[in-house]
Every structure is written in C-alpha cells, then in structure tokens.
Design a protein around this ligand. Structure first.
Ligand code: CO
Ligand code: CO
Ligand code: CO
Length: 358
C-alpha cells in the first residue's frame, strides 16, 4: 500500500474526534429523539425507544429483518485499517441482536480534491475484506465530498423473530460476560496526541477490526437473556441502556454490580488513563452515567473514566442466566473469542439502571 502523500495531514488529523467517540452524547440524543413519533406498527418489534443496537422488523412468522447503520470519522491513520474497523463496527450491531448479516451499503464522505481516490480505495478494500469474513458483500452505497472523512455501513441482517436477542431481557441474577478488552478510546487518543507511537496500537486495531460473529454464534448456541455491543457510550453507558430497557420490560428495577478487577483492558490503557489521556466523549459518558453509578471509594478517577471510555467496535456485553454461564464460556472458548470475561451480575435495585462498581 503506498504511503499517504507526505504533504497531507494524517487521516486522524482531519477530524476533531475519532471513531465512536464522535458520537453525540446520550443526554443530547435523548432530547432530540424525543421529537420522533412513537411508532405503532406492531411488526416493528424493536424501534428506537429502547436504544437497542438495531431496528427489528418482523416480515413473517419466521423472518425478522434487522437494520442498522454506523458511520464515523477516521479512528486510525491507515485507510485499510480504518475500513476494516468501520465495517466490523457496523456489523457488530447485527451480531449484538443475535442476527446474521445478509448485505451492506456503504456511506462515504471524502475530501476528494485534497486526497484523491487511492486512500478511499484502501478504505473500501478493508471494509470489503471484513465483509467477506461475515459472508456478505457491499452491494452499493452513497458518497459525498466532505472536508472531514466519514465512512461506515448500513447493514441488513436476518433472524428468526424468536431468536432475536434484545437489550431488554436482562433479569436479576443474570451474569455479565464481555468479549473484548476495553480502552480503544484512550489508546487512539494517545496516538492522536502523539504520546504513544502508532505501532503500539496494533493490539487495539486487531481487536477493533475483529468481528463479533463468533461471540454471537456462541451466545446463540447457548441461549442468553440480553445482549448489546460496547461502543461509543462506553461500558457504563451501554450497560445502562440494557438495565433501563430490561427494567421497563420487566416492570421492576434492574441494576448491576461490576467487579472492576475482572474487567479486561487493552495493553497500556490503564497507564495512559492514569496520565489523564482520555477522549472528550469518555468524559461526557461518565458525566451522563455518574448519577446512576456508585463507585467503591477505592476506585480512582482514571479507572472510573476508563469504565466509560468510548469504544469503537467493542465486544459483546452478554447477560446470561447463571446456570448457562459455563456453557457460554465453553462455546466462546471453542470459537477462540479473545476475551470471555465475567465482569459482574444483574441485581434487583431500588432504581432502574443503578450500577455498583466494586
Ligand atoms: Co450497538
Ligand atoms: Co451502532
Ligand atoms: Co444516493
């Protein structure tokens, strides 16, 4: 692959915030989404109301359509890796619903006059390579000229309506399993600020570019209560969505306890966070989550931030019934899923969405 022309800025220099850390904050998003009408079509099984990973539309008794879109600014400087990561991240929302992707469309915003088509080709090649691992192709797309690059996919998936795994099925007692280490927000920010050499990002890049397909197949083999993927709102934010959706569907408050020592981190993430390296999105995430989170007093501020660190293409966060936990861990291990960390459990709490971190 040819090096980018030397006079050009690095890809990540073209955007203020990178990857899923560029997501609009949950508080602002809630206010804006409140203007959408409440949907009444009973075949729209999952809509925006539960902040789930994808929309689910039931086509027939046996077939549900799963639809999602994820687009973001460059998270790394290498265009091929950027394409791989963006594709894995977009596909992840289909896997998080327990569905199988069938096709994708791409969206491209690109400074064509400044950078030309070659790097864009590398982005598409990266995305196509990851789509091949998901057994789908990019069937079409849409492109615009834009100073700030953006790339992502609209992904369509299929599932049996009864096999859909929403974020609303969590019950007190369920165990929480996480399938990728955290820290991509901190690590990519460290490279962007020049405090970590880009070579050190390899582990994070491979983690972000890897599909949640195997983890999805493992959870389908066992049968689980709820699932989401950990992306821009961080572990605390996405867990909060699971807890609120599960509380609403059960009609009783569901909370969680997280064991901070069990949470897997990417190499250097903890050290960099201790040096105050953290994307703005992660701080916003912690601010949004904080009123519902009770941290044990021994947990330092940088670890609290890490728990809210905005992830790009993070792992699946699965709530599984305790008697199925061992089976899930075996299925994950058979499929070589890198992380299979048991990080906490759901609890009956006084307040929906309350999280205790010990
Ligand atoms: Co998601
Ligand atoms: Co998404
Ligand atoms: Co068009």
């Amino acid at each position: 692959m040819p090096d980018p022309k030397p006079q050009l800025p690095r890809l990540t220099e073209l955007s203020a915030t990178a990857g899923c850390a560029a997501k609009i904050g949950q508080a602002d998003l809630q206010r804006a989404l409140a203007h959408l009408p409440v949907y009444e079509d009973p075949r729209l099984v999952v809509g925006h109301a539960t902040s789930d990973d994808a929309a689910v539309y039931q086509l027939s008794d046996d077939v549900a359509l799963v639809e999602t879109v994820d687009i973001f600014t460059p998270i790394v400087d290498d265009p091929y890796d950027y394409g791989r990561i963006a594709a894995a991240n977009a596909l992840s929302d289909v896997y998080a619903m327990g569905a199988r992707p069938i096709s994708a469309l791409s969206f491209i915003a690109w400074p064509m006059a400044e950078r030309g088509p070659d790097e864009l080709g590398d982005i598409l090649r990266g995305a196509a390579d990851v789509c091949r691992l998901a057994n789908i192709v990019i069937a079409g797309g849409h492109s615009i000229v834009d100073k700030e690059p953006k790339f992502g996919l609209f992904v369509t998936g299929l599932s049996h309506p009864k096999a859909i795994v929403t974020n609303a099925g969590g019950r007190p007692g369920d165990v929480l399993v996480l399938t990728k280490p955290l820290g991509t927000g901190v690590l990519t920010t460290a490279v962007k600020r020049g405090v970590m050499p880009p070579e050190e990002l390899r582990q994070a890049i491979e983690s972000m570019a890897s599909l949640n397909r195997a983890a999805c197949e493992a959870m389908l083999a066992v049968g689980v209560q709820a699932c989401t993927d950990v992306t821009g709102f961080g572990l605390l934010g996405h867990l909060g969505n699971v807890l609120r959706a599960s509380s609403a569907s059960r009609g009783q408050p569901v909370g969680a306890r997280l064991h901070i020592d069990e949470i897997p981190w990417l190499d250097h993430a903890v050290d960099l966070a201790a040096e105050n390296i953290c994307p703005g999105g992660s701080r916003r995430n912690l601010e949004f989550a904080a009123p519902h989170v009770n941290f044990s007093s021994s947990i330092p501020e940088h670890m609290r931030l890490l728990m809210a660190d905005a992830q790009t293409s993070g792992g699946l966060l699965i709530a599984v019934a305790p008697h199925k936990l061992d089976a899930l861990l075996v299925e994950l291990s058979h499929r070589d899923v890198a992380a299979r960390a048991v990080i906490g459990e759901l609890l009956a709490m006084d307040e929906p969405g309350a999280i205790a971190v010990i």
